[in-house]
Design a binder for this molecule. Structure first.
Ligand SMILES: [Zn+2]
Length: 592
């Protein structure tokens, strides 16, 4: 394969967010004379648009007519009536179950499984990873019933795959995942923790410690749910797989669980994967929304090096390599990526759902959101609205963060080499090539101004010359850690109906019936701006849900920082959700 420079492509996506060019403006001017025609076209296309969602993507019983947002009613397993006053009530309300459950999660926190960015490969330094052996022993000791029934396999020594064999081979297995590792606690911050980070302190309401929300809560919750199911005699028709990686926080590349599963079950062999992520619950414009991630942005690191002649700092050039690199940094930051608001991105549906169901949203905004698929001006206004909020902005556009800079070694010597690393997250509508094409344009502009050469290298491949090196030096762009945006999980199907319906049922009927009686939850697709282990599972299924259940919003748990904690009610809801979801999926005979 020949090596090519990245080219930014349109790929059939119409971006209404960017300002129209002069020609487009002229066309609009002419069109504006035909107002009546436009109104007619608009009405028709709106109807087409709605019909497309209603009929073009399969049929779902619970879709509301004249609604674009796929809002489903509760979904619960047929056994709910049998278990609601016994197992479910015990999980949610029983004080001794709560204490036992807290002890299990606390014990998991006490086995320190921190991984650092410079973590070695498993065979390079077995000592480094030995802590995971302790974690495995802890799981065996704490969940004896699950270990009796489930078949455990270790992959690349510390990856864990548990299989609970189903009785019907024709049904695809359901896969539920979490990771065993946690991000490190910085020594300098230990004094700022209310309780020591690896004590797993439980104060009756909250459980504190590194990993309690990211995501030992999910791992422990899954095994607790499995044991509750075993105790009531549940025997799956559909094989259930638990897959627990051990290096998610440092890239996940040592996790080979997917290789084992692909070999055993094949490509597209899994019913669905549920992993961490998403927004468990949030209030948007007065509407309670649960936002499982059905898409995930891509990412890429652009390493940009600048090499210039050295010399004594008493006779410097007008601009040293540090000065030139600063000019490039300014150029990069002054040319941010354009936003997109298209139905390729789950965020589009998230806003559509909000607009359809919110009772407090401003009328104009509601109208704009609901027309954004057809009306360019409305689309632009919605983009501007989302772009105003830092926390929301990057749902709809690619990002660039200059995270590392290195250069200069001595106060009296000119720096010969400067390097920056720009971390990009790639919007759903774009590809990594679009991002790199923009980086190259930025570099070329500065290189031309300072009469420098430009070179390009994609990962380990051969270097390409874009502009030959000069006596003033050259830039080199090295591309690393490439991940395209994830395939989008379909939502107009029975898989989503069960998943979304279970979430509503657990929150509204089991967890907080009084609160949600007048605040029904809209479960809408959303996107994850960060990445998880799900990237390893793309070949196993196109139904990937990134979701951590629990009515406490994920953002309030201090994941990755000091005082990480969870409201323990949320943990119990996790167990109840898995208890329901595993049974609900098991009751369907869906073959895809
Ligand atoms: Zn995590």
């Amino acid at each position: 394969m020949s090596i090519q420079l990245p080219i930014s492509e349109k790929r059939g996506i119409v971006n209404y967010c960017s300002s129209p060019d002069v020609n487009t403006k002229r066309i609009f001017l002419v069109l504006s004379l035909l107002v009546s025609t436009l109104v007619l076209i608009k009405t028709c296309s709106e109807q087409y648009y709605r019909n497309k969602w209603l009929y073009g993507h399969g049929t779902s019983r619970a879709l509301l007519i004249d609604s674009v947002c796929p809002s489903f009613d509760y979904y619960r397993p047929s056994t709910y009536e049998v278990h609601k006053d016994t197992v479910i009530a015990k999980i949610i309300k029983d004080e001794s179950f709560r204490k036992q459950s807290a002890a299990k999660l606390s014990g998991a926190v006490q086995v320190q499984t921190e991984v650092y960015d410079d973590a070695p490969q498993v065979d390079e330094d077995p000592e480094y990873w030995a802590k995971f052996e302790k974690f495995h022993s802890y799981l065996e000791k704490t969940f004896p019933i699950a270990h009796q029934i489930l078949n455990k396999t270790t992959v690349n020594t510390y990856g864990l795959v548990y299989e609970w064999p189903g009785s019907d081979d024709s049904l695809k297995p359901l896969m539920l995942t979490a990771h065993q590792d946690v991000v490190p606690v910085q020594q300098e911050t230990i004094d700022e923790w209310t309780y020591p980070p690896f004590e797993g302190h439980y104060d009756g309401k909250y459980l504190w410690g590194r990993g309690v929300s990211d995501c030992k809560n999910l791992l422990i919750g899954l095994l607790e749910a499995a044991e509750e199911l075993i105790k009531v005699g549940f025997e799956p028709k559909r094989t259930i797989i638990f897959s627990f990686g051990f290096d998610e926080e440092v890239g996940g590349l040592r996790n080979k669980n997917a290789n084992l599963l692909l070999k055993k079950y094949g490509v597209n062999s899994v019913y669905a994967v549920v992993d961490e992520g998403g927004i468990s619950l949030t209030e948007l414009e007065g509407t309670q929304m649960a936002l499982p991630g059905t898409g995930e942005k891509g990412s890429v690191n652009a390493i940009i090096e600048l090499t210039t002649p050295g010399g004594h700092s008493s006779i410097p050039p007008d601009h040293t390599s540090i000065g030139i690199m600063s000019a490039l940094i300014s150029e990069i930051e002054n040319t941010p990526f354009e936003p997109f608001f298209t139905d390729a991105n789950p965020t589009f549906m998230q806003y559509t759902c909000m607009a359809e169901h919110s009772t407090s949203i401003k009328k104009d905004l509601k109208k704009d959101i609901l027309n954004a698929g057809n009306d360019k001006a409305a689309n632009k206004r919605v983009c501007d609205f989302i772009d105003q909020t830092k926390a929301l902005r990057y749902y709809i556009k690619s990002s660039q963060a200059i995270d590392i800079i290195k250069g200069g070694v001595k106060s009296n010597a000119l720096p010969e080499h400067v390097e920056i690393i720009v971390n990009h997250r790639v919007a759903i509508e774009q590809r990594v090539d679009d991002i790199l094409a923009k980086d190259i344009e930025n570099i070329k502009k500065i290189a031309k101004f300072f009469k420098l050469g430009v070179y390009y290298q994609y990962k380990e491949s051969k270097e390409i010359e874009i502009i030959p090196s000069t006596s003033f030096g050259f830039f080199k762009l090295i591309v690393d850690d490439v991940l395209e945006p994830a395939p989008i999980t379909p939502i107009h199907d029975h898989h989503w109906e069960i998943f979304a319906g279970n979430i509503r049922h657990v929150y509204e009927e089991i967890a907080e019936p009084n609160f949600f009686k007048n605040n029904p939850i809209i479960v809408s697709p959303g996107i994850a701006t960060g990445n998880t282990d799900t990237r390893l599972y793309w070949n196993l299924t196109n139904h990937i849900y990134r979701y951590r259940p629990g009515v406490t919003p994920t953002v309030l748990t201090n994941a990755h920082t000091i005082n990480e904690h969870i409201d323990f009610n949320s943990h119990l809801q996790i167990i109840a959700f898995y208890f329901e979801y595993i049974q609900s999926v098991d009751e369907t005979n869906d073959l895809d």
